[in-house]
Design a protein around this ligand. Structure first.
Ligand SMILES: [Zn+2]
Length: 310
């Protein structure tokens, strides 16, 4: 198994060494090594949110504009808990290693992510090199769609009753109509997501990729429940490496599969790049990732917190 991982890592390193630019395409699996959850099916979601199991609500039903309209305290109980978690999450070492790999390529790196957690910005990536294809939890918009504005969620600090997954304090308000604001995230069955910020990011990506002839992509932690990132890499026509712990029977022809978690896969590729002399060995010392802070780890895994994993 380990040999296979290193063999794929060496091939990936060969592709990267030949490339002009690197696309880092990530799904929920990228955050697992930072202590974040990866919802897989209803069981995975309900394990994280027992209160919502009792209410018979799936991820798709709570992550919807209808829930914000019908029960904003519950919807904000869910998203407010996630917002607080992502604010205190420390990005794992893999973010830094990828940034270092990109810095060694002529056109650098560009991020394409379906994650709304803002972890690439937190890890120090330039915001003009990131596409957040499903939006960001750190931005708000009017749920009643009164204006096409998007603004920072920074002034809002959610206070959550974790036992019932409810927001206790006042929800954020739209500064124009005083209606309830919601995260600027593409939800399920969502016709009112304001996508102009994501579109601007996509235009920036298109300009970059048109000017970068030889791009290699690392697709990391993108599952099959929501396939946006997989479609992006598979339809790109570029070489890509799929880093994912699952079995992959239908791998596209221009792809490699590294059967691995995110951090372990990134570390293997980084080590292969050091081995071939592409990256100076002293650039970053590869060490075991630090455990997330106790409050993150505790909320996610140890306490019977109904909102516990997000
Ligand atoms: Zn409004």
């Amino acid at each position: 198994m380990r040999t296979d991982l290193n063999t794929v890592a060496r091939q990936a390193a060969h592709w990267i060494a030949e490339a002009d630019g690197l696309v880092i395409a990530t799904g929920a699996g990228m955050g697992v090594d930072s202590g974040q959850p990866d919802f897989r099916g209803n069981e995975g979601f309900w394990k994280a949110y027992p209160a919502l199991r009792q209410a018979g609500m799936s991820f798709k039903s709570v992550a919807s504009p209808e829930t914000f309209q019908r029960n904003p305290a519950l919807a904000w109980g869910f998203y407010g808990h996630r917002l607080a978690l992502y604010r205190r999450t420390v990005p794992h070492l893999g973010f830094q290693l990828l940034q270092d790999i990109g810095a060694n390529l002529p056109a650098g790196a560009f991020v394409f992510t379906s994650n709304v957690d803002g972890q690439f910005q937190k890890a120090g990536y330039p915001s003009d090199r990131i596409v957040e294809v499903h939006g960001s939890i750190h931005r708000l918009q009017c749920q009643d769609w009164c204006v096409p504005d998007i603004w920072s969620a920074g002034a809002f600090t959610p206070d959550i009753d974790a036992g019932r997954c409810l927001l206790i304090n006042e929800p954020p308000r739209c500064p124009h109509c005083a209606g309830i604001a919601r995260p600027n995230i593409l939800m399920f069955g969502d016709w009112r997501w304001i996508d102009q910020r994501t579109r601007q990011q996509q235009f920036a990506y298109n300009r970059w990729q048109h000017a970068t002839p030889n791009i290699v992509m690392l697709e990391i932690g993108a599952g099959t429940d929501v396939t946006t990132v997989r479609q992006f890499t598979a339809s790109s026509g570029r070489r890509f490496v799929r880093i994912n712990p699952q079995h992959e029977p239908l791998l596209p022809r221009q792809a490699l599969h590294m059967r691995s978690g995110a951090l372990a896969g990134i570390q293997a590729i980084y080590a292969a790049l050091v081995e071939r002399g592409f990256i100076a060995a002293e650039a970053i010392e590869i060490v075991a990732p630090e455990a997330p802070p106790d409050d993150v780890r505790g909320a996610c895994m140890l306490t019977p917190d109904p909102c516990g994993k997000v």
